[in-house]
Design a protein around this ligand. Structure first.
Ligand code: ADP
Ligand code: MG
Length: 262
């Protein structure tokens, strides 16, 4: 059957080129925590976008693997990394571990936007009492023992804010830091901020991070993070400089590339 054969070949080619299978997939089929599913429903997110279908399940798989996600602006890249982040941090604050995830963004307004999305997903976990049992997706299997029952704490480290406020933010022991690179590096140096327990690192709008000249700051931040981290890079375009950066900072990343049609 020639037709069937061609179809099969296309499927294999799509797999090879890292193209997403955009056929099925729902948030319900991704093994997400009920709190997270409820938060998605409340926010009005009914079905995942193609980039979300292609990235969320693989970001939750074990062992963790690095990923480069390329899709146009407006395709839903924020949830593509935020849903796995909240799931893997178990939606809860763990004082003993300090900061476990960092999201780097090119600008203050974007940081605020990302913060809103993150908080909207993690809200409400506190009131539910018993922590989610470890299911192999958690960054820390000991979460349930060490977790205070408090929701995730978020820290916003961006230029334009007073330094005192930022020091206070860091002293609050945030589980997740959303930051612009210059200011984060400044705080790392000034406060000897330790990032040794960071396990999940996201470069969002990576092409803009580079256009704005943050590449040196980004490399310096990367050098201070544990090599066991999972690193994700999301971008609308993949210029050569970014490919070079990904080669240096990411380990055998899975490439998810959704071109114009998505
Ligand atoms: P990108 O980062 O790729 O530019 P965003 O993450 O900012 O895209 O998302 C663009 C818009 O799409 C936002 O308004 C967001 O709320 C909406 N959106 C994201 N995912 C979904 C979804 N699964 N269902 C419906 N709307 C979504
Ligand atoms: Mg975005």
């Amino acid at each position: 059957d020639v037709k069937g054969g061609t179809h099969m070949l296309k499927k294999i080619q799509n797999k090879r080129s890292g193209k997403a299978d955009v056929g099925g997939g729902s948030f319900q089929s991704m093994g997400l925590h009920p709190h997270l599913l409820r938060a998605l429903t409340i926010q009005g997110y009914r079905t995942p976008t193609p980039i979300q279908r292609a990235t969320i399940p693989s970001l939750l798989a074990t062992p963790p693997r690095d990923l480069v996600g390329m899709a146009r602006t407006g395709s839903g890249k924020t949830l593509a990394y935020m849903v796995p982040l909240v799931q893997r941090l178990n939606g809860r604050h763990v004082h003993a571990f300090g900061t476990r995830a960092i999201i780097l963004v090119p600008a203050r307004e974007l940081a605020l936007q990302v913060l809103r999305v993150g908080k909207s997903l993690a809200r409400g976990w506190k009131s539910e009492g018993a922590p989610h049992a470890g299911d192999g997706h958690d960054l820390d299997d000991d979460n349930s023992k060490l977790g205070s029952g408090e929701c995730l704490r978020w820290g916003l480290i961006v230029g334009g804010e007073g330094m005192d406020e930022q020091f206070e933010m860091i002293s609050g022991n945030p589980d997740v830091i959303i930051a612009t690179p210059g200011r984060l590096l400044h705080l790392i140096v000034e406060m000897s901020l330790s990032l040794t327990l960071v396990q999940y690192v996201v470069f969002d709008e990576a092409d803009r991070l580079f256009e704005l000249g943050f590449s040196t700051a980004l490399s310096e931040i990367l050098a201070r993070l544990p090599s066991s981290r999972q690193t994700l890079l999301f971008s609308a375009t993949l210029p050569k400089s970014l490919v070079e950066f990904a080669k240096a900072g990411l380990r055998d990343p899975k490439l998810v590339r959704l071109d114009a049609e998505s």
